[in-house]
Ligand binder design. Structure first.
Ligand code: PLP
Length: 413
């Protein structure tokens, strides 16, 4: 690793670099994984339980999905290599049709990644209009918004989860100017959702378009079910359906790289917007497509979701519940009030993060660290991501480790 940031790097980049350098030494950052065995990973000689994977439904380890790859690769080759503008293998429209039906959306367009979608679609939708961005939106949303600003949009931030502040800023948008509101669905750090009904209503009142990234919700949360349905809802068809909303004035972005353990992303939008994006979004025009294996695992994942999704989500909910209940019993704080499978655990003292990382590794626990400046100093800690493929014994080990750290190290509720 470099000993310093390149000349000209911003003070923020410098601070980030120093913080990450300390963690690399602690062994929970930027590691090479040598082998996996279920939810266990081997780094060098040591085995850990992986609590940093976003494979929420455990589809990365599902043999039905693995078996779906070979026949499609034999049919289509490893990689079609046309940009979508030139031609899309039939697998693409098959995925889009199924996705449109699952989401109950007017139409969908799939592109390789959410990051690419934000960088290309936010500027295309915002034009020279106004963008109102959640002040704590995911970094990839921020990058798309900054790019849009470079192309002529006006960018302002509203306080996170503050729909009143958003309404205030929307009132300041000159009449007749298009406005795009960008925010996260299930938050990648807190595991919570914004009050989407309220945000959608504020946007509709002012004629703004709500652009929402539900990378972590798609596959996990979905439409309400009958009494007795787990709080995640049914079908994993993401936040808009979860809140019982329709797609008027809402553009939903999501991806397959988390719950579906594949690589592909989508925009759910009206057909005219899709047709516009086909000529305006660089990843449709010029990016290489995702490999056939990824398209095959997406299709097989949609099959599995249809047949076994509710069972997998019930397991995910149960295992996450065990962890949240244990934290509550210990009196340890987590921002997670949703029960969704991202559990952030802040420390009492941000400076202790490298030492805590060491203690977690000693006990065979591999988590995502949340260092400053990625999160504010009072939220520095670690994030546990739960998947349906964790075993109950692995959950037991995690609970014992959380007990050992206790409220001396972990923030009290
Ligand atoms: C909220 C959110 N958006 C976007 C991304 C990036 O998704 P992709 O890998 O499809 O670019 C992530 C990944 O961590 C994320 O958490």
């Amino acid at each position: 690793m470099l000993s310093t940031t390149p000349a000209g790097a911003s003070p923020a980049a410098d601070a980030a670099y120093r913080s990450v350098s300390a963690l690399t030494g602690a062994g929970l950052w930027d590691q090479v994984i040598d082998e996996i065995d279920g939810r266990r990973i081997r780094v060098g000689e040591r085995w850990f339980v992986d609590w940093a994977s976003c494979n929420y439904l455990g589809l990365d380890l599902d043999t039905e999905i693995m078996d779906a790859i070979d026949p499609q690769v034999r049919r289509w080759g490893t990689h079609p290599s046309w940009s979508r503008m030139l031609g899309s293998p039939r697998l693409y429209p098959m995925i889009e049709e199924r996705l449109t039906a699952l989401l109950g959306a007017p139409d969908t367009l799939v592109l390789p990644t959410i990051s690419q979608i934000h960088l290309s679609v936010i500027p295309a939708l915002a034009g020279k209009g106004h963008i109102l961005m959640d002040a704590r939106a995911h970094r990839t949303i921020y990058d798309g918004c900054v790019h849009a600003r470079g192309l002529g949009a006006t960018l302002r931030r509203f306080r996170t989860e503050d729909a009143d502040h958003l309404a205030e800023l929307l009132r300041e948008v000159p009449p007749g100017t298009p406005a795009l509101v960008c925010m996260d669905g299930v938050n990648s750090m807190t595991g919570n959702t914004p009050d989407l009904r309220r945000f959608a209503a504020v946007c509709r009142e002012s004629g703004a378009t709500l652009y929402i990234d539900d990378a972590h919700g798609f596959g996990v949360i979905g439409e309400p079910g009958p009494a007795g349905t787990i709080p995640y809802g049914l079908r994993g068809n993401a936040i808009v359906r979860h809140y019982g909303l329709d797609y008027d004035n809402i553009v939903l972005v999501g991806g397959f790289s988390k719950a579906y353990s594949s690589m592909l992303a989508f925009i759910a939008c009206p057909t005219p917007v899709k047709e516009y994006l086909k000529v305006a979004a660089a990843p449709y025009l010029y990016s290489g497509p995702v490999p056939t294996a990824a398209l095959a695992t997406v299709l097989a994942g949609l099959d599995v979701n249809e047949r076994r999704g509710e069972v997998l989500r019930a397991e995910l909910h149960r295992k996450t519940g065990r962890i949240l209940d244990h934290l509550a019993e210990l009196g340890v704080r987590t921002p997670n009030v949703s029960g969704y499978p991202l559990v952030q655990v802040p420390l009492n003292n941000a400076e202790e993060l490298p030492a805590v990382a060491d203690r977690l590794l000693d006990r065979g626990i591999y988590v995502t660290l949340a260092p400053y400046p990625g999160v504010p100093k009072d939220e520095v800690g670690f994030r546990i991501q739960v998947t349906a493929a964790h075993t109950d014994e692995q959950v037991d080990e995690l609970l014992a480790t959380l007990s050992a750290l206790g409220t001396e190290v972990l923030r009290r509720r």
